[in-house]
Design a protein around this ligand. Structure first.
Ligand code: AMP
Length: 561
């Protein structure tokens, strides 16, 4: 964690607004160090992996230095893959959303050259591209670097591994000698240093150093999850963990608000805590959390700083923290005052290295844990419910013994039983109603059906799954249209996707005709697309490697619930 705020970094108010829109609360460690250096015009070599916030670390200061009136290319970022190029262009465009007259263009192989040529002709200031395609444009003369101010090599080690050394050399040579050069790389092998030597002027080497840190006496786990199944995984974990007070950490204010809304809709007593709250709002939330009126606090690192609650027994890192210090600080919110605590982190396959890093630097044993299955959750909820029923029966028996009288519930039972319905029938009906009302999911009947023909893992939306509003794959997804398969996509109208985006991505990535695509249903956060069953696997594989509107896509067969 840094002591800087974005407002301390000499960025214009339009960029600060872009940062706020993205929900970033404070600069990540690499941003705190790199932004002032790049703003000062220094050449820089940064050792940072993906997930550290490196895109904004160079994106923000480079944007700050652009001249919106100049229509020539002033900034060029080289990335190893088209996915990264699109992702970087997307993030830079979002950061630049309030700057007037700035255009950002991704250029990569596989995309229509004409479109890129037209855009370059119209004039853009910020180009993000793969080395091969950038060189292609340089050779055609469609991309000119005469006015280039900053050249960024992003994921330089990846680019070298992919054989782009000569292409990068050519771009470096084509750039003006006095242009600022920045290089980010996860590792710093000798060939990177050899590549940049001779092209950089007195570069500043930046690496976030880590202090030796030890972690409080807290049981630590991690769950490996698919990015689009995180919310579902969180609900499964919450439903099987015994806890009184828990804190769930997200990296952005936006993430905090979205998750708190989701958890509330799923029946948890949750509220958000982040830097946008007034002191009065903050006090109110904290008051409820302390008194037990809230079971879950969803917070950013900044908001949770200095948070002093003794009996937090669960910390969940919904997003992996940027650095080891934040991790230690987060999990230090539990296991206090001699009490025991648990901490779990949700990681995607791409983030596993961060857990290994944290484990190495803190010397903590962070165990990989298996996500509970829906059957385990259901069994646990059923046994909890039966436990409550038996405890109530016991208490009522005691009361009757003392009062020597029949209580009103017995009168009620007598009034409805006998004749057609035995007490056993009534008890069974009451249990059924309770199970359904408590939304123990899936219902015993569903589990029985599953035993006969086990379905693949469906979505899970915690305590209110029965309401269906926030299931990963909605209730209608069992529909099959002769020979067609329904695919579930993790993006929807919130990401501004249109049916055309799906058709374009599927036809573009697979070469199949758009005519084979059936119904397309776009919801807020997910969509369904019908495709021929015999092409479903091919389409899914292609879609899982691509992006739509700059977002990584996850496609899966829509499962019946
Ligand atoms: P990167 O390492 O650039 O790929 O960034 C990883 C993720 O962190 C991206 O989703 C960014 O939008 C997000 N991010 C970058 N900077 C911050 C920040 N200061 N606070 C919170 N999230 C951030």
């Amino acid at each position: 964690m840094s002591d800087f705020k974005f407002a301390d970094l000499n960025l214009c108010k339009e960029l600060l607004k872009g940062v706020a829109d993205l929900g970033f609360e404070e600069p990540s460690p690499i941003q705190a160090v790199a932004i002032p250096l790049v703003l000062a015009g220094r050449d820089m070599v940064g050792q940072a992996q993906t997930g550290t916030g490196k895109t904004a670390a160079f994106g923000l200061p480079v944007l700050e230095r652009l001249n919106p009136r100049g229509k020539k290319v002033q900034a060029l970022v080289l990335c190893p893959t088209r996915e990264l190029a699109v992702q970087v262009a997307e993030e830079v465009s979002l950061l630049a959303a309030h700057l007037r007259g700035i255009s950002v263009l991704p250029v990569y192989g596989g995309q229509s050259l004409d479109r890129q040529l037209r855009a370059l002709e119209r004039g853009v200031q910020f180009v993000v591209g793969t080395p091969g395609r950038v060189l292609d444009h340089l050779e055609r003369g469609s991309l000119k670097l005469g006015a280039l101010q900053t050249l960024v090599l992003d994921e330089a080690d990846e680019m070298l591994d992919m054989g782009f050394r000569d292409d990068i050399e050519s771009v470096l040579k084509a750039a003006p000698e006095n242009c600022q050069k920045i290089c980010f790389s996860a590792t710093m092998p000798k060939d990177i240093l050899a590549l940049i030597q001779g092209h950089m002027r007195d570069p500043e080497f930046v690496r976030i150093t880590r202090k030796e840190l030890t972690v409080a006496n807290v049981e630590q786990f991690y769950y490996e999850v698919q990015p689009y199944r995180k919310a579902e995984a969180l609900c499964l974990v919450l439903d099987t963990c015994d806890f009184n007070k828990g804190i769930v950490f997200c990296s952005t204010k936006l993430g905090v608000d979205e998750l708190a809304t989701h958890l509330l809709a799923c029946g948890y007593q949750a509220d958000s805590l982040h830097g946008n709250l007034s002191q009065a709002q903050r006090d109110r939330v904290m008051g409820r959390f302390r008194s037990g009126g809230l079971e879950l606090l969803i917070a950013t690192d900044v908001a949770a700083r200095g948070l002093d609650v003794d009996d937090v027994d669960l910390v969940l890192n919904y997003d992996v923290p940027f650095d080891v210090e934040s991790y230690v600080h987060r999990i230090g919110r539990t296991g206090r005052a001699g009490k025991s605590g648990k901490a779990a982190t949700f990681v995607t396959a791409r983030e596993l290295y961060k857990i290994r890093d944290i484990s190495r630097y803190t010397k903590a044993d962070i165990q990989r844990a298996r996500l509970p299955s829906k059957r385990e959750v259901s069994d646990l909820k059923t046994s909890r419910l039966l436990g409550e029923v038996l405890a109530t029966a016991e208490a009522m028996k005691e009361e009757r013994k003392d009062a020597q009288k029949i209580d009103r519930y017995e009168y009620l039972l007598e009034s409805v039983s006998g004749g057609e319905h035995s007490e056993r029938d009534i008890a069974g009906a009451l249990l059924k109603m309770l199970v359904e009302r408590e939304q123990i999911w899936p219902s015993p009947a569903e589990l029985e059906a599953e035993k006969q023909a086990p379905p693949a893992e469906p979505g899970y939306a915690g305590r209110s799954a029965g309401k269906g509003a926030s299931r990963g794959a909605g209730g209608k997804n069992t529909r099959k249209n002769g020979g067609m398969e329904r695919l579930f996509f993790n993006i929807g109208s919130k990401a501004r996707v249109t049916p055309g985006d799906f058709v374009g991505a599927i036809t573009g990535e697979t070469g199949l005709s758009g005519r084979i695509i059936g119904d397309i249903e776009i919801h807020d956060r997910f969509s369904f697309v019908e495709v021929p069953r015999d092409k479903a696997e091919e389409i899914m594989q292609a879609m899982n490697k691509t992006q739509i509107r700059g977002l990584r896509v996850a496609a899966d067969i829509a499962r019946p619930l």
